[in-house]
Design a protein around this ligand. Structure first.
Ligand code: SUG
Length: 440
């Protein structure tokens, strides 16, 4: 089967996008904590990135923002009464909790789920496991609603398997596709799935948190019925985590037969590449593109987000295109590296920069904003068509964002109960455009 395409499902950035400083180990989130955000600009930037891919002739989908604030979180913390009373009381007594309840973090759909295309799975279905995101409170709220979203968009258990999230315990900590890379000859052919974990169960934690465990990765490979010979488990380097690579996709991205990564991404680089080559044997020749520390220091890779790029096969180009954040162009070492990368006759032929600065300031680059789903023609025709974008739909979503989102949001604004109404009205209007009324 080679009739499959890779569909990027981007998260539509929600109206409560703010700089909460909620993610320990994510340097951008810490650095920008408390700043004034611009949700309207953030969502428009995200939609422009989607437009870039639509114009290139790729299939582009969108996932709607989740309802925020999460009144379930406030109720769980003992707040009661009307919505307004709960918000006012939380703002007075626990402003950090209110920020968590308001977080728009579901925009980073690379963390929504781990996805295995039907070409890789034992039962020939397309499998999703929504990530429990159990390491960060604000992100741990996402998975029940993400699961509902995925079921609405990928209905029918004959083709699609949407699993429940793993148990919400540190042993099963899971952050989804951000720690998962699928490599293959062609999207529709059986591939190799690389799972990257930061810690084993039972290890005592020091320093920045490792958000993915080996047990979580192995559990997902089992429930997706992957061929054991084609699943590889590799450990993320502690040094990368300590330097701020809270997900592997901050230091590594792969597509088709190409793995683009920083020298310090893995604990055992040679062992990881050898395991990938073994798993790929007979199907494709792995093309590793390793960026040495001497050319791009790890700190620059992380602050510029060079690797948090989308690596894509554009219809009319024979080499891959890297869709990189503008910050990569602003950083001397990564800009120079990109120029050399393109000149070298390797698998990556072009770098295109996009502006997703609002998201970047919370540690989310182009790759964080998308969930890759390889789909056969039949699967694509069976999914909810309202979320598959063309330019007209992007225009409609942008017009809706421009009329319903604020262009300035300070942490103190979350205390105003009227803002909760604004968020609800904006989300409802977006769901209507996407014909997702079932999620209201
Ligand atoms: O989980 N930032 C996100 C960024 C996620 C990026 N995703 C990938 N690398 N795939 C996180 O740390 C910051 C929210 C705040 O501080 O308000 C935040 O959640």
């Amino acid at each position: 089967m080679s009739d499959a395409v890779e569909v990027n499902f981007d998260g539509l950035i929600g109206p409560s996008h703010n700089y909460g400083g909620l993610s320990d180990g994510n340097l951008a989130s810490a650095r920008n904590a408390g700043d004034v955000s611009n949700p309207r600009e953030a969502a428009v930037q995200g939609l422009e990135k989607m437009r870039t891919l639509v114009r290139a002739g790729l299939v582009q989908g969108v996932l709607p923002p989740l309802a925020r604030p999460s009144f379930d979180l406030l109720a769980a913390a003992g707040y009661s009464g009307t919505d307004a009373q709960m918000i006012e009381a939380a703002a007075r007594t626990s402003p950090r909790l209110l920020k968590a309840a308001y977080s728009a973090s579901s925009m980073w759909t690379a963390n929504a789920a781990t996805v295995s295309p039907s070409a890789d799975t034992g039962d020939g279905r397309l499998h999703f496991t929504p990530a429990n995101l159990s390491t960060m409170l604000h992100r741990s709220l996402e998975h029940p609603d993400t699961t509902a979203t995925l079921i609405s968009i990928f209905p029918g258990e004959d083709r699609f398997a949407v699993h429940g999230a793993l148990p919400a315990h540190a042993d099963f900590a899971d952050e989804g596709a951000a720690n998962h890379v699928r490599l293959c000859a062609e999207h529709g052919e059986a591939g190799v799935e690389l799972f990257v974990y930061g810690r084993d169960t039972g290890e005592s934690a020091t320093g920045f948190p490792a958000r993915q465990t080996r047990l979580a990765s192995e559990s997902i490979a089992r429930s997706h019925e992957l061929d054991g010979a084609r699943a590889v488990f590799a450990r993320q380097s502690r040094r990368a985590i300590e330097a701020g690579a809270f997900h592997n996709d901050v230091v590594c991205v792969g597509a088709l037969d190409t793995l683009f990564f920083h020298e310090c991404a893995f604990e055992d680089t040679a062992g990881t590449l050898a395991a990938l080559r073994r798993a790929a044997e007979g199907r494709f020749d792995l093309k590793p593109v390793m960026v040495p520390e001497s050319e791009v220091p790890l700190a620059d890779a992380i602050s510029s987000y060079l690797f948090n790029s989308q690596l894509l096969q554009f219809p009319d180009e024979d080499r891959l295109v890297l869709i990189a954040p503008g910050e990569t162009q602003d950083t001397a070492s990564t800009r120079a590296y990109c120029e050399r990368l393109v000149r070298a006759n390797g698998p990556i032929g072009r770098v295109q920069f996009v502006d997703v600065r609002q998201s970047m300031r919370n540690g989310g680059g182009p790759a964080c904003l998308r969930l890759r789903v390889v789909m056969t023609e039949d699967e694509l025709a069976s999914c909810h068509q309202g979320v598959i974008l063309d330019e007209e739909l992007i225009d409609d979503l942008q017009a809706c964002v421009r009329s319903t989102y604020r262009d300035r949001l300070a942490p103190a604004d979350l205390a105003d109960p009227k803002f909760a109404d604004e968020c609800r009205i904006a989300r409802e209007a977006l769901l209507e455009i996407l014909e997702l009324d079932a999620l209201l």
